[in-house]
Design a protein around this ligand. Structure first.
Ligand code: FES
Length: 143
């Protein structure tokens, strides 16, 4: 049912935890099941220098969180902003159809963390430039 890559990231999730005094934090709940994902980032020279996640959710949510942290480390904010939920699921070799909704958190939480960073840095004007599509409706970023 799950690809080897999904099982690998679920069994050995990368970058678990929370960055102390992070530069940006994004948290989002999945409206389908109520699971919650939180991503914290450190930014240096407009690149994601460090990223960690905490996911209170199912195995597929843990695997997509783990994968997105690996995908964005070292990327510029603009590059990270372009990563979609679909791209994360594809990087894992796909998810079973009834678990696709579980991939709806990872990139969204990341994008909210980037938004939080830009806002804290007084660069709010850049949010719509860097993040063309913020998750709508059920988002909240936390301080
Ligand atoms: S069942 Fe909630 S994220 Fe997978």
């Amino acid at each position: 049912m799950y690809t080897d890559l999904v099982m690998d990231h679920f069994s050995n999730p990368r970058n678990v935890g929370e960055i102390e005094d992070a530069d940006g934090v994004g948290q989002i709940g999945n409206p389908v099941c109520g699971d919650v994902m939180r991503i914290s980032i450190d930014v240096e020279d407009d690149r994601i220098a460090d990223v960690k996640f905490k996911t209170f959710g199912c195995g597929a949510a843990v695997a997509t969180s783990s994968m997105v942290t690996e995908m964005v480390k070292g990327k510029t904010l603009a590059e990270a902003a372009e990563i979609s939920n679909k791209a994360v699921a594809e990087a894992l070799g796909g998810l079973p159809p009834n678990k696709m909704h579980c991939s709806n958190l990872a990139a969204d939480a990341l994008h909210l963390a980037i938004q939080d960073y830009l806002t804290r840095a007084g660069r709010e004007a850049e949010v719509p430039l860097i993040l063309a599509a913020l998750p709508k409706g059920h988002e909240h970023s936390s301080p």
